[in-house]
Design a protein around this ligand. Structure first.
Ligand code: G
Ligand code: G
Ligand code: NA
Ligand code: MN
Length: 252
């Protein structure tokens, strides 16, 4: 399709780069990690948002090539960060096709070797949408965790997934979607669901990362509910590598 051709051209022309959205440890207030997020700046200067081109690339069957580029870019960027913060963690996003291909484990191990990111400091983010064949996805998650790599369920609560499903996947982290974070303190039914998700995740001994935090009030509620990590505009937008390095130097 034409999407394939355009994405391929973008890859050849090196039009993709990564941004990094910091993850804050709510106990210390320090940046302890970041989620790598792909950006596409076309030669025309046009910025194509990932929520447009990621689904298009998935549909065109070319998402694995993009994931490969994400890994290459992270392998290049990580050492600058690790020089400042040796315990830093990085999160990467996988799509359904990645979760269901046989070489994904080898690719991720290669990423840890090339980047210098310790296995335990790489978090692989999986969404409910990226699980098509539950049995196959479980195998991928098990292989990753056997290799010491951490796995997170992203966008939790936005689809049909239940905690029973979550327990079956046996992951390390749960990322609470911004939809729930934004409901906190509103007295809505969604607010009740958010509190229950956090409570049950704690019962399952999952570490929790809350996404989309925009206010100190949301932060306080989340901390009181037992959430460990936070991501959101209150702290930082997704940053260029240079800006991330700047932020890390400033908190030393
Ligand atoms: O914060 P941002 O605008 O980058 O995110 C838009 C959407 O694109 C989010 O759902 C995010 O998870 C997704 N996304 C961003 N980078 C990647 C990537 O490298 N791989 C995949 N599969 N999804 C990504
Ligand atoms: O699907 P996913 O949860 O990965 O999407 C992340 C998206 O949310 C990205 O587009 C990112 O830029 C955006 N985002 C990150 N932090 C915040 C925030 O604090 N508020 C809002 N509204 N969006 C955020
Ligand atoms: Na994500
Ligand atoms: Mn998310």
């Amino acid at each position: 399709s034409s999407t394939r051709a355009i994405v391929r051209q973008g890859l050849r022309r090196r039009e993709y780069h990564l941004c990094y959205q910091p993850v804050i440890d709510l106990a210390s207030g320090r940046i302890v990690g970041a989620e790598a997020l792909i950006r596409w700046r076309r030669s025309s200067g046009e910025i194509v948002p990932p929520d447009i081109f990621i689904p298009a690339a998935e549909e065109a069957g070319i998402i694995c090539a993009i994931t490969g580029r994400v890994f290459d870019l992270l392998a290049e960027d990580a050492s600058d960060v690790l020089r400042i913060e040796p315990d830093f963690h990085f999160a990467v996003n996988l799509s359904a096709a990645d979760m269901h291909r046989s070489d994904i484990i080898a690719d991720i191990h290669s990423l840890t070797e090339r980047s210098g990111i310790p296995h335990a400091k790489l978090i692989v983010e999986v969404t409910e949408r990226s699980v098509v064949d539950l049995e196959r996805a479980r195998e991928t998650v098990h292989s990753l965790r056997r290799g010491g790599i951490a796995v997170a369920i992203d966008d939790f609560g936005t689809g049909y997934s239940s905690l029973a499903y979550l327990a079956q996947l046996d992951v390390d982290f749960l990322k609470i979607d911004k939809l729930f974070v934004h409901s906190l303190g509103t007295g809505s039914a969604t607010n009740q669901v958010a509190a229950r998700i956090i409570e049950m995740a704690n019962d399952l001994n999952l570490r929790i990362i809350a996404e989309g935090i925009e206010t100190r009030a949301q932060e306080m509620i989340l901390r009181n509910l037992g959430v460990h990590y936070a991501q959101g505009y209150l702290y930082d937008r997704p940053l260029s590598l240079e800006d991330l390095l700047q932020r890390l130097r400033a908190q030393r």
